[in-house]
Ligand binder design. Structure first.
Ligand code: ITT
Length: 198
């Protein structure tokens, strides 16, 4: 089974494609810019992105993610993409001097599947490193240390990040739903592809 993933972010696409493969879901990347509603919740933005994809696309996945700093509730949050694009990490590292470095990444994935719309959530808690480290991943990965880890997401390989990340959790939930929804035939194909990977 196939799903279109609409996003301008190639880093997200790579993660989503490898997260959905074990569920027997092939992901086609549609790198379109969708209008981003100004709203204070990821779920509202994710729903609005999905609503902007023409109804003729019957199986579509989008997601909205963000980094949330405990010291500054809601920031950069839904504004994570423009804050990163315009300012990078510098201001975040400066703002956190002398404050709690606790943070979380959150994802809300929105799926349209043959007329049904479903949302799936994921969160990983952690803290902001003192400075950027590592070369993997994208966006804020070099400054995010997931709880219990001594390495940033950018110091981990993709599989290690996927196993614990906000996106990993949300997209695996979406994959499990699609597999259940698609019925026994698709489940058999997914089992075959699992065996082929072993
Ligand atoms: P689309 O809206 O086109 O999907 P985008 O990059 O604009 O792409 P978002 O609006 O969801 O996506 O912005 C989320 C931003 O948060 C993203 O651009 C990164 O800067 C950051 N971000 C989200 N997930 C991340 C992750 O796993 N690692 C590092 N940074 C992440």
């Amino acid at each position: 089974m196939d799903v279109a993933f609409v996003s301008t972010n190639e880093g997200k696409f790579r993660e989503v494609a490898s997260l959905l493969a074990p569920f027997g879901v092939r992901v086609r990347w549609s790198p379109r810019t969708l209008p981003e509603l100004q709203a204070d919740r990821l779920a509202t933005v994710a729903r609005a992105k999905l609503a902007a994809v023409p109804a003729s696309s019957r199986r579509v996945l989008v997601e909205d993610s963000g980094l949330f700093l405990e010291a500054f509730p809601g920031f950069p949050g839904v504004y994570s993409a423009p804050v990163y694009a315009l300012l990078g990490f510098g201001p975040i590292l400066r703002l956190l001097r002398g404050r709690t470095r606790a943070a979380a990444f959150r994802t809300v994935a929105a799926l349209r599947w043959d007329g049904t719309v479903r949302l799936f959530y994921g969160e990983v808690r952690g803290r902001i490193a003192l400075g950027p480290r590592g070369a993997h991943g994208f966006g804020y990965d070099p400054i995010f240390l997931p709880e219990g880890a001594a390495r940033t997401f950018a110091e981990m390989g993709p599989a290690e990040k996927d196993a614990i990340s906000h996106r990993g959790q949300a997209i695996r939930r979406a994959g499990a739903w699609m597999r259940r929804r698609a019925g026994p035939r698709a489940r058999a194909v997914a089992r075959r592809s699992d065996r082929e990977q072993m």
